[in-house]
Design a protein around this ligand. Structure first.
Ligand code: 2AM
Length: 180
């Protein structure tokens, strides 16, 4: 199965992101957009693996020293090319206790390596993906960057997701939640 570990986002935050995503759809041509229910923040992509027990054990180890922390939505941006091989990722940055988020990602990366997963050496650039290969010009990017985003959340745990197609729809199913 195709697995990744990330943060679930509260409904009000996903609604706010969907407002920005609607404007992005109006102002751009083409691209694949993430539906509101799939918005999340990826901490570690595991890829194809059946080692559920190893992933859960790494999550448990990683969360041991972590305390709840706050994150908020930053603003619209995009990467031209990402670790996942997409040519352009339209995204929203995050604000708040990003230092704590970085520590969580690091401890998770180490715990996964200790549990036999390949060490992920890619640079962590925390973001929430809105769409892939979405085309727009700089003027539109400036307008989107001005879109007001104000919701925030307390992060109290991490989630192991399975990514699969159910009736043709890309679905992220939570398999395990580890609280801290
Ligand atoms: P992205 O949003 O930055 O593209 C589930 O597929 C999540 O795992 C996506 O949000 C995606 O992050 C990330 N992902 C998918 N394929 C990946 C890959 N090959 N390498 C790294 N991350 C990947």
């Amino acid at each position: 199965m195709r697995l990744f570990i990330g943060l679930e986002l509260p409904a009000d935050m996903r609604r706010e992101l969907d407002g920005l995503s609607k404007l992005l759809r109006e102002r751009s041509c083409g691209g694949r957009f993430v539906p509101q229910e799939n918005f999340h923040l990826t901490l570690q992509f595991l890829g194809e693996t059946d080692d559920l027990a190893g992933a859960v054990s790494a999550m448990r180890e990683a969360c041991r020293g972590i305390r709840p922390f706050r994150l908020g939505l930053g603003r619209y941006g995009y990467f031209e090319k990402t670790a996942s091989g997409n040519h352009r990722v339209s995204l929203v940055t995050v604000t708040g206790d990003t230092g704590e988020l970085g520590v969580l990602r690091e401890t998770l990366a180490s715990a996964l390596a200790d549990n036999g997963f390949p060490r992920d050496r890619s640079r962590f650039m925390p973001h929430i993906t809105l769409g892939r290969n979405v085309e727009h010009d700089e003027l539109v990017a400036e307008e989107l960057k001005g879109f007001p985003l104000s919701s925030s959340m307390t992060v109290t745990g991490i989630t192991l997701f399975e990514s699969s197609r159910i009736n043709g729809r890309l679905t992220y199913s939570p398999l395990h939640r580890e609280k801290f």
